[in-house]
Structures are given as C-alpha cells and as structure tokens.
Design a protein. Structure first.
Length: 250
C-alpha cells in the first residue's frame, strides 16, 4: 500500500509539473476514493492547481485536471457519458452495477478508464475515457443475457441527481464512529473497525480516526456500505443527544 501511495504521488507531481512546464492541462485516469485521498495528501507538492470531476456532482470516481497557473485557453475533460438501453425492454433482466462493470471489463477495458456507473430503472449510464468510448459503443451489445445498445450523451446535456432516502437518527456526538454505528446499525466496535481499516471517507478524504468530528453537510462514504450526507441543526433531545438526518444515496 505504501509503495502504491508513493507511486501515485509521484505520478500526480509529474503530471502537474508537465502541465506547468508546457502550459497545458494534463489529466489523470479516473480515480477511486482512496486515490483521491492520496491526491489531496500530495496537494502541497503539486505545481499549479487542480480540479476533479466525475460527470456530475458528488461522483465517487473522478478524473483530475492539472491546470497551469498561466493557462490562457478553455478546456474540457476527456471523458464521455454513455447510455446503455436494453434492445428489447420487455425481455430485459434487472441489471446491476456488477453486471455492467463485468461486461465492460470482459471487453478488456481497465477499471481506471471508467468512472461511475449509474443504474436508473432499465437504463444504465457509464462514464468512460475518450480513448475507449467508441469501442464500448461498438462492442458492448450484451450484458448477461440482455441485448443492449449504447449511445453517447454529451456531458453538457447530462443532468443527474441521485435519489436520496431520508433517515432520522439520534446520536451522542458527531464522532464518525457514532454516526456510522447509527446509520448502519452496527456496534460501536464494528464501526471503529471500518474506520481503522481505511474504509470510511468524509468528503472524499480517508479518515482513520474514529473520534473525527463530522460537520453539517458532510458526505460520508463507506466501502461496501454506501454513501450518505449528514444534516443537523444542532437540535437536542431532552437527554442532550443530537437529532440528525441522513440523506442516503440509493
């Protein structure tokens, strides 16, 4: 893990230096939450500035643009959105995220070339690097036993807001372990284990301290559990516990 972290940090620094030296915008592949965390750790060592984007607000997998300070031209991220529809909706299976990802990787596409995969009823949206977009549209014709067709969607025309399920909670404090325990109905020790293992992220940054204090509006992601936003206005119960809401991404 340490070796991977050092390799990624060096890669980010090299990309940012290239952007600064040649006065061009350079891009990473799609990064997962852990890789984005490494990016933020390396921020002070980078040249110029950087921005991240994954196709829509709060995307988990994002591409990084390294931007030179003296940039004088406009630019766009080198990835596209692809809509996947069943060719015969009447006979289509209920495809999952794993089904779609598996079909694309079976085409020989590396995970780093793909962003988030959004499941919307019988339709799926995939973000893909420009270099593999045409290949996916041409070659992805079947997922499991379902015949499908693919169509590119211009990013500027793409609008997506995740479905949110509201849950209410009462917690003793805004400590991360207390929040995870309440949201996922875990014991405090199980919640702490998730944090110690590096599975919890707050606003895309890995948190490994169970006593970390969350803030109103924080977006918390936990590997294999999901993502939610915490909302609290500081209202207390008669026993002094904190009332809060969790907006869970479905």
């Amino acid at each position: 893990m340490e070796q991977e972290m050092q390799f990624l940090k060096k890669r980010f620094i090299d990309l940012s230096k290239r952007a600064e030296d040649k006065n061009i915008v350079t891009f990473s592949h799609f990064l997962d939450l852990n890789q984005l965390n490494i990016l933020h750790q390396a921020a002070k060592e980078l040249y110029g500035s950087f921005q991240t984007f994954g196709g829509y607000d709060y995307a988990e997998r994002q591409m990084v643009a390294f931007i030179p300070d003296a940039l004088y031209y406009s630019w766009t991220y080198p990835f596209q959105a692809i809509r996947i529809d069943p060719s015969h909706p009447k006979f289509a299976e209920n495809l999952t995220h794993r089904d779609v990802l598996g079909a694309l990787m079976n085409l020989g596409i590396k995970r780093e070339m793909l962003g988030d995969i959004i499941i919307q009823d019988s339709q799926q949206i995939v973000f893909s690097a420009d270099s593999v977009t045409s290949y996916i549209i041409q070659e992805c014709t079947k997922i499991r036993h379902t015949a499908v067709s693919c169509q590119q969607i211009p990013l500027e025309n793409f609008d997506y807001k995740p479905k949110l399920i509201e849950k209410e909670g009462v917690i003793s404090s805004l400590r991360l372990d207390a929040i995870l325990s309440d949201v996922y109905k875990l014991s405090r020790s199980s919640a702490q284990k998730l944090i110690f293992e590096g599975s919890a992220f707050v606003n895309s940054r890995k948190i490994i301290q169970n006593a970390y204090s969350c803030q109103n509006g924080d977006i918390i992601s936990v590997r294999h559990f999901g993502k939610f936003q915490i909302e609290t206005e500081g209202k207390l119960t008669k026993k002094g516990r904190i009332k809060c809401k969790y907006m869970v991404y479905s």
